[in-house]
Design a protein around this ligand. Structure first.
Ligand code: FAD
Length: 473
């Protein structure tokens, strides 16, 4: 493309969004081009920040006319290189963060309609102001956007009770790859009128179109949330405790996280100010969250009842039940500091995998053994949303081997872990998506027919191939 074309193209972008919202100087564009973990820096023709659906549509039409690739970006907290462009410098980076209005809240329909660039935490706060709950919750909630949550079908800590972002969405507004606006902002819980286009765009990571608005489900605000940490002997015991807690507490059990002792030791080393909940140590820990719509006393009684049974049955070894919001936050802080402690310890090889819940313990035992045989002394840092069958199964080097050197083993380690995931009937991406990072792995593990159907959808909805190219497929 000629310099003249580029200048005209940039001028056309300025005419659509205003000169102040088109960045081309490398100093200004840099914060948008490096991924969250700092592993990759791409290049873009410009970073453009539209403020309305109409502006997004005009920009996409301009890009379609000139065959310019479009990379949508929300909070840039994605973990699979989905929201940063490649290093060709041909793409337009479309930042959605100025689309940040809460459009409407319908308390009777229990829905909130928001722009896609709204920060997740702001949506939670808008719901809470009306005594309602928007239950999507994850550690990046102060930065990630609803558009990014939808595009990656984010999970988080409330999936056990409320489902992934897909299950929290009733309607979408989308700018198609042709620059048309599809208004599907329907707040309907039942709508069987043909193909579900909403479900196509959710989880598509910006490869089919740009999400500009959404109707999201709200729930009654629980009266109390109770948290407990339980010391356990094994992942198998964690599964037994999950079953016991689910049948004892029913739908009041809203979260169930697993953390190994390796994780807690990492947190204790790098964040010594955080409290140590038990005097002794256990190989595994489960973090349980219960939400009561009756009262705190009701919630505590239910959770303590489940834990007592587990202690009597020898499933649980010890437990602490938080008796204040501060104590509850302190228990969650341990869980939330695991990724930060890992980062402080050095780089490691990460996997975000899902398995049938019933097979998790066997998967952990089998895969730990395979890795120990291939890399004696290797450290598995395993934690995750056990109630959803989702593990963050991360591998740190054996003592004495530098973290950076161990990264050279990424491909063979991935092969061991992902082959094991496949053997246990799991998925190589549970909640972070595919992006550019797992594209080749996806091609390896998805059945051919499934890949062909995905390619056919991509070709039908984005025939010019301009929507976030190189991601997923
Ligand atoms: C500390 C931390 C904790 C996390 N915890 C979790 C967790 O518990 N569960 C979980 O699922 N994820 C988690 N993540 C991953 C990430 O935060 C989520 O996936 C989040 O949903 C991404 O939102 P975002 O706005 O930052 O999207 P971005 O990173 O900006 O984009 C993600 C993908 O969505 C596309 N996209 C963004 N906006 C749009 C749009 N409007 N229309 C179309 N496509 C779009 C991008 O092109 C990209 O492919 C975590 C990340 C961090 C850094």
């Amino acid at each position: 493309m000629t310099d003249g074309f580029i200048a005209n193209f940039i001028d056309d972008c300025r005419a659509i969004v205003g000169a102040a919202h088109v960045l081309t100087d490398p100093v200004d564009t840099a914060p948008y081009l490096t991924d969250w973990r700092g592993r990759f820096t791409g290049r873009a023709r410009a970073v453009v920040s539209p403020a309305s659906t109409v502006e997004v549509a005009a920009l996409v039409r301009l890009c379609a006319q000139h065959r310019v690739p479009v990379v949508p970006q929300g909070g840039r907290t994605g973990l699979v290189l989905g929201s940063v462009p490649d290093d060709s410098g041909t793409a337009l980076l479309l930042s959605l963060r100025r689309l940040n209005r809460v459009r409407a809240l319908d308390a009777v329909n229990r829905t909130i309609t928001v722009d896609a660039g709204c920060i997740l935490q702001h949506v939670q706060e808008a719901a809470a102001a009306e005594n309602m709950l928007f239950p999507l919750s994850l550690a990046a909630e102060g930065s990630c956007t609803i558009g990014g949550n939808l595009a990656t079908n984010a999970g988080g800590t409330g999936v056990l009770r409320y489902g992934n972002t897909r299950e929290l969405c009733l309607g979408l507004e989308v700018v198609t790859a042709q620059g048309e606006v599809w208004d599907g902002l329907r707040g309907l819980r039942k709508d069987n009128t043909g193909y579900d286009l909403r479900d196509l765009y959710i989880g598509a990571e910006g490869t089919l179109g740009i999400i500009t608005g959404a109707v999201l489900k709200l729930f009654p605000q629980p009266k109390a949330s109770i948290t407990a940490l339980v010391g356990l002997c094994s992942p198998g015991d964690a599964l037994q405790l999950l079953q016991l807690a689910e049948s004892h507490c029913g739908p009041t059990l809203t979260g169930y996280e697993l953390m190994s002792d390796v994780c807690l030791r990492l947190v204790a080393t790098h964040f010594p100010a955080l409290p140590q909940p038990f005097p002794g140590r256990y190989p595994e820990y489960a973090l349980l969250e219960l939400s009561s719509h009756e009262s705190e006393r009701h919630g505590v009684a239910l959770l303590e009842g489940a834990i007592e049974r587990a202690l009597e049955a020898g499933i649980a070894q010890d437990a602490v039940v938080a008796t204040s919001i501060a104590q509850s936050r302190a228990l969650w802080a341990i869980r939330e500091h695991i990724p930060l402690a890992q980062a402080a310890a050095g780089k490691n090889i990460k996997h975000d995998v899902s398995l049938p819940v019933s097979r998790i313990a066997d998967f952990i035992d089998a895969t730990d053994a395979l890795l120990a045989a291939a890399y004696p002394g290797v450290q598995v840092v395993c934690f995750g949303h056990l109630g959803d069958g989702n593990l963050h199964y991360n591998i740190a080097p054996p003592e004495g081997i530098a973290h950076d050197d161990f990264l050279a083993e990424q491909a063979p380690v991935n092969r061991i872990v992902h082959d094991s995931v496949a053997a246990f009937g799991g998925s190589i991406s549970a909640e972070h998506g595919v992006g550019a990072l797992k594209r080749d792995e996806l091609a390896r593990y998805k059945p051919r027919v499934e890949l062909d159907l995905m390619r056919a959808l991509k070709a039908a909805l984005d025939p010019l191939g301009i929507m976030n190219p190189g991601k997923i497929l």
